[in-house]
Ligand binder design. Structure first.
Ligand code: FAD
Length: 308
């Protein structure tokens, strides 16, 4: 059995494993895909103190850093069930799709999140080649260019306002006939000179020249008419989904959006079970934030262990 079992091997999980292992306690990390979302990223320019790196390189560095310590890395293990300890101070258990079961005095859940995709032709092909999901990450790559933001909820409208200050022109595309974002955000968006808003439009295709995005095709839902926009970038903002499906039958408190609720030390509603990174309610999903949160959860778990 472990003292700390980290479930998830992205930036949050890697940081948690390193902080835990450095305390000399029995530490394990089980992940479906070690590296997490970083593996799907190319240019990373906001990893503080590293002006430029690339996702696969950072993912390899994360794994290598964890391997400096005596932490058990169990890759390709998908957690399917959480069985909390029967009494406080007892061992929690995690069941994996492989049938394996692991026990630990504390757990750190860091299973991350995934961006909801449009699932239209061209989206996957041009991912990181014009199709982006994170304005904080990739906005500056489109300086002076034309972009579309897909989605008129809070995240879409926030992204459009943010991007309007960096890029040349922003077209916001919303499927419904009105935006769902807060009125104050909509008002701000409408006040910007380089933003156009298209309502009642269904994106049907991401267009490109084989190398990069050069347009977007959409259907005007009312008329059924097909239209095309010439542009260089598309930010998809139709939701970030936390990977907590495996926890819905557990007593861990989740927010309305399915994110794990944590306290200031990273502890969930179940004593001894901690969580960190994109899977939690902590806002602004970023690598440096996930790493900080993972470190914090590991210190929280250590604190818990020395008291139980
Ligand atoms: P994740 O990275 O999502 O890792 C989750 C881990 O849990 C993975 O190992 C996964 O396999 C595992 N897992 C999931 N479910 C299970 C399960 N049931 N059982 C076991 N393991 C499971 N951020 C930046 O700061 N800068 C950028 O430039 C940047 N660019 C990005 C570009 C793209 C295309 C994307 C998708 C994201 C980008 N981000 C960027 C965001 C950043 O990648 C995330 O904020 C960060 O990876 C979150 O770390 P995490 O450890 O919380 O979760």
């Amino acid at each position: 059995a472990f003292d700390v079992l980290v479930v998830g091997g992205g930036p949050a999980g890697a940081a948690a494993a390193i902080y835990a292992a450095r305390k000399g306690i029995r530490t394990g990390v089980a992940a479906e895909r070690f590296g997490g979302q970083v593996l799907d990223t190319m240019a990373i320019e906001n990893f503080i103190s590293v002006p430029y790196t690339e996702g696969p390189k950072l993912a390899a560095a994360l794994e290598q850093h964890v391997k400096e310590y005596e932490a058990d890395i169990m890759n390709l293990q998908r957690a399917v069930k959480l069985i909390p300890a029967a009494d406080q101070g007892g061992e929690h258990e995690v069941e994996f799709a492989s049938g394996a079961r692991l026990k630990s005095k504390t757990l750190i859940l860091s299973t991350g999140a995934r961006w909801r995709e449009m699932n239209v032709p061209g989206e996957a092909e041009y991912r990181n080649k014009g199709v982006a999901y994170c304005p904080h990450c990739d906005g500056p790559l489109f300086k002076g260019k034309r972009v579309a933001v897909i989605g008129g909820g809070n995240s879409g409208v926030e992204a459009a306002i943010d991007l309007a200050g960096i890029v040349g022109h922003v077209t916001l595309i919303e499927f419904m006939d009105e935006m769902r974002a807060d009125a104050v955000l909509q008002k701000k968006l409408k006040s910007l000179p380089n933003v156009e808003i298209i309502l009642g439009a269904r994106t049907t295709e991401v267009n490109g020249d084989g190398t990069r995005v050069n347009g977007l095709t959409y259907e005007e839902r009312a008329s059924g008419e097909i239209k095309r926009l010439e542009l260089e970038g598309i930010f998809v903002q139709i939701g970030l989904v936390p990977n907590t499906e495996w926890l819905t039958d557990s007593p861990i408190e989740l927010s309305q959006r399915g994110e794990i609720v944590i306290d200031e030390r990273g502890m969930t509603s179940v004593p001894g079970i901690f969580a960190a990174g994109d899977v939690t309610t902590v806002p602004y999903k970023q690598i440096v934030i996930a790493m900080g949160e993972g470190s914090k959860a590991a210190l929280g778990a250590f604190d818990y262990l020395i008291r139980h």
